[in-house]
Write a protein that binds this ligand. Structure first.
Ligand SMILES: O=C(O)CCC(=O)C(=O)O
Ligand SMILES: [Fe+2]
Length: 303
């Protein structure tokens, strides 16, 4: 069985008639049952916007260490702020990840985002955050339709979603090190929308297959579903392990992780007769905390 990652034009989820929306929802549903990885076009984000974001990300990461440490997650807490090289280890059986990151998570309960002292930077990031929320809402209309519930099923569960915009920088590989860019993992939330700056390195491992490259396709985002949507779909959809290899050159990516509202009830959707829920209901907040706790331990979780 081959597991090519399909390219799906999502424009009809916003503008299409009923039949067109249904066709896109079915295409997304098919891939979510197999790997949950797909590229999207028709997202409405211009190449110029993406270029500006990567420029701003570069500006952030090339600041002196002290400026980055001033907004460190260890100070800011709650999944926000700067995470330095080697702090995270997504695959606990491998070396720590060779990457640095900056997290923006405005709807995370408790605390506030920290911002670098760079003119216009916060506005640019928040504008992109809003764009990603809108793409995420369109994708959820597709998921809902495909899962056999009302197209607006997710709307009241994503009013103030605990989404995180995450800038990532992977330094060029060091010869002596075998540390991965990002260790093998599945994502925690509902869906991830990923932009990459032209340096490949992402691999996915569909069930029953070996690691496969996810090549770059200019003008697209790579989307993948996470464990929360898998749970919500009662395991009809699958989240798939992925990793980032040590990149040949310096690599930047920007990931947007969309999790539900803190108080949304994540309760498996059961529409087929005789089907039983595989999981008890849990709030979005409790589910995400459990997953973050496992990645960071107690050290970045300020209460
Ligand atoms: O940087 C990438 O290409 C992917 C990163 C990723 O999978 C993650 O941060 O969850
Ligand atoms: Fe990931």
């Amino acid at each position: 069985m081959t597991h090519d990652i399909p390219v799906i034009d999502i424009a009809p989820l916003r503008q299409g008639n009923g039949a067109e929306r249904k066709a896109v929802a079915s295409a997304i549903g098919r891939v979510c049952r197999e790997t949950g990885f797909f590229y999207i076009t028709g997202h409405g984000v211009s190449p110029d916007t993406i270029a500006k974001l990567f420029e701003a990300s570069h500006t952030f990461f090339t600041q002196p260490a002290a400026a980055k440490e001033a907004v460190a997650m260890s100070r800011v807490g709650r999944n926000r702020g700067y995470v330095g090289l080697g702090v995270e280890r997504l695959d606990t059986t491998s070396l720590p990840d060779r990457k640095e990151a900056f997290n923006i998570s405005p709807n995370q309960p408790g605390g506030q985002d920290a911002w670098p002292a760079l003119p216009g930077w916060q506005d640019l990031m928040m504008a992109y955050f809003a764009i990603c929320l809108d793409i995420g809402a369109a994708l959820h209309r597709g998921f809902a339709r495909d899962l056999g519930v009302d197209e607006d099923f997710f709307v009241d569960k994503f009013r103030h979603p605990m989404a995180t915009l995450r800038l990532l920088r992977y330094p060029p590989a060091q010869q002596a090190s075998t540390a991965p860019g990002a260790g093998a993992h599945t994502d925690y939330g509902n869906v991830t929308i990923l932009a990459v700056n032209g340096v490949s390195g992402l691999q996915v491992r569909p069930r029953g297959s070996d690691w496969t490259d996810a090549p770059l396709i200019p003008g697209t985002f790579i989307c993948n579903i996470g464990d929360c949507l898998m749970r919500w779909s009662n395991d009809v959809y699958v989240s798939t392990p992925h990793r980032v290899l040590r990149p040949a050159g310096e690599r930047y990516s920007i990931a947007f992780f969309l999790d539900p509202d803190a108080d949304a009830l994540v309760e498996p959707i059961v529409t087929r007769s005789g089907e039983h829920a595989h999981y008890p209901p849990v709030t979005g907040h409790d589910y995400l905390q459990e997953r973050l706790q496992a990645t960071y331990g107690h050290k970045n979780q300020r209460h």
